[in-house]
Design a protein around this ligand. Structure first.
Ligand code: AMP
Ligand code: ZN
Length: 468
């Protein structure tokens, strides 16, 4: 399996640290609003990477964080006359809902920054002890960037080259030793959430959380660290500086970055106002269409979003789903059970599409070519089945199609019907779990309902539900 590694700017053969296992960390969203379709891109592409790794037999430990303390969250809380915690908890729940609708598997662990403060204090203390960080008079702790000799190795930037450009915009703070030093811990301002620390009452900088959560849940050395390409510098560069200085070993062997999602060929951004939330797209399309749309491009290429391209993706996906339901129909109406000799050969021949699919995925997860292999299989199915096909034959073809689509996170089976009574029963069980303060179980029930397309809403009048 080959992976393009941002660190070496080459496609490299994937060799895990521990045989058969993958330790993978993906930087997750800052939760102050509904996620937009740009945020959805890393979720979808790295979920697909995970699914493929699992398909070929790896045991994947997949960690993705929620940044739940940040200026934007605090600003939103002030605007709403609410608290940062309330805002982040609400949008974590909304984000999980969107992820389920896009068939993104829950991570093995979804840590939250505010639950990991002690780990951050410990790592910052280690960095101070080793001379990689320093405290100034107001209690701010900075990372001493120049001390980390290989700083810039991921983004292929050289500090001295950067300096010329940087000086003109940056102002060296009174006590900051150098422009490139970044914040590890900062003092609280009025009305902001804060934690006690040896340096001041305050909160962590952004970069330290990922170093700490990755260490806690995956260990000092991991296989893959991933995120959008905007994170290469400074976020991931700073994570490397923190982790490698603190732990004394290579942080991550492979660094993967997805390209950006643009809208009508312009950069999609909140400030330009040209963005769509996943929720908005979900009102118009089944979110499988969004997933399929994203996977039709290579994950490292920029991807343009437009109404026409979404329609094209919908039509493409429909071709696959139609082939699957056609096979189901033939299966239910088959006149013979067992494979004929000719069918046996044809079923074997269909395996060449699996090989083609795998070859594409082994080459740095080329999902565009993998989808072409699925289309070829669909064509083969359409040309080689009819009402005389045996049950075993159409079942065999269905298995191949379902298997490949599952790697892409596309569900070909018709959505399972769930009865109203069953839903009510699960809601009761969730209420009971909440009463017992078993929130993990309550969340599990909510997620299980979501997977069946049932959305819960907690209102003053009680729990309401609707079919998504
Ligand atoms: P943020 O909430 O801004 O920290 O972003 C969460 C994740 O979404 C990061 O991995 C970003 O790189 C990624 N991301 C944000 N905007 C886009 C976009 N327009 N296209 C692709 N990825 C994006
Ligand atoms: Zn991160």
């Amino acid at each position: 399996m080959k992976i393009y590694n941002t660190l070496t700017r080459k496609k490299e053969e994937f060799v895990p640290i521990e045989e058969g296992k993958v330790r993978m960390y993906v930087c997750g969203p800052t939760v102050y609003n509904y996620i937009h379709i740009g945020n959805a891109r890393p979720m979808i592409v790295f979920d697909t990477v995970r699914r493929y790794m699992e398909y070929v037999g790896y045991d994947v430990n997949y960690v993705s964080n929620f940044t739940d303390v940040d200026d934007k969250i605090i600003k939103k809380a002030i605007e709403e006359n609410s608290t940062a915690q309330e805002v982040s908890q609400r949008f974590i729940a909304e984000c999980k809902k969107d992820m389920a609708d896009m068939n993104v598997k829950p991570a093995t662990t979804h840590p939250q920054a505010t639950q990991e403060i002690q780990g951050m204090i410990d790592m910052i203390s280690t960095l101070i002890d080793k001379g990689y960080a320093y405290v100034v008079s107001d209690g701010t702790v900075y990372y001493r960037t120049r001390k980390f000799e290989s700083y810039g190795k991921l983004s292929h930037k050289n500090l001295d080259d950067l300096e010329a450009g940087h000086r003109s915009i940056g102002v060296v703070g009174d006590e900051k030793e150098d422009d490139f030093d970044f914040v590890l811990w900062k003092p609280k301002k009025d009305g902001e959430p804060y934690w006690e620390s040896p340096w001041c009452q305050g909160r962590p900088g952004w970069h330290i959380e990922c170093s700490v959560m990755s260490k806690r849940y995956l260990g000092d050395e991991i296989d893959i660290h991933a995120g959008g390409e905007d994170l290469i510098f400074p976020h991931h560069e700073n994570e490397i500086a923190q982790s490698e200085a603190a732990n004394g070993v290579t942080f991550s062997r492979y660094w993967m970055h997805n390209g950006f999602l643009n809208i009508d060929n312009k950069k999609m951004s909140k400030s330009l106002g040209n963005f769509f939330t996943v929720r908005e797209i979900g009102e118009k399309y089944d979110l499988q269409v969004l997933r399929f749309f994203m996977l039709q491009a290579h994950y490292r290429s920029p991807l343009n979003f437009s109404a026409e391209l979404m329609e094209a993706a919908k039509n493409g996906l429909d071709r696959i789903l139609t082939a699957a339901s056609h096979l189901k129909f033939l299966e239910e109406n088959a006149k013979t059970e067992e494979l004929s000799g000719d069918e046996k050969e044809k079923l074997q021949e269909s395996e060449k599409f699996i090989q083609k699919f795998k070859d594409a995925m082994e080459d740095d997860f080329n999902t565009a070519d993998a989808i072409s292999a699925v289309f070829e299989l669909v064509k083969y199915i359409n040309q080689n089945t009819n009402e005389d096909s045996s049950k075993e034959y159409v079942e065999g073809l269905y298995d191949v199609l379902e298997q490949l689509c599952d790697v892409l996170g596309i569900i070909v089976a018709p959505k399972e019907e769930i009865l109203d009574a069953e839903i009510e029963e699960m809601i009761q069980a969730r209420q009971q779990a909440r009463k017992e303060k078993n929130f993990a179980k309550a969340d599990e029930i909510r997620d299980a309902l979501l997977a069946k397309g049932i959305v819960l809403e907690d209102t003053r009048e009680g729990v309401k539900w609707k079919r998504a």
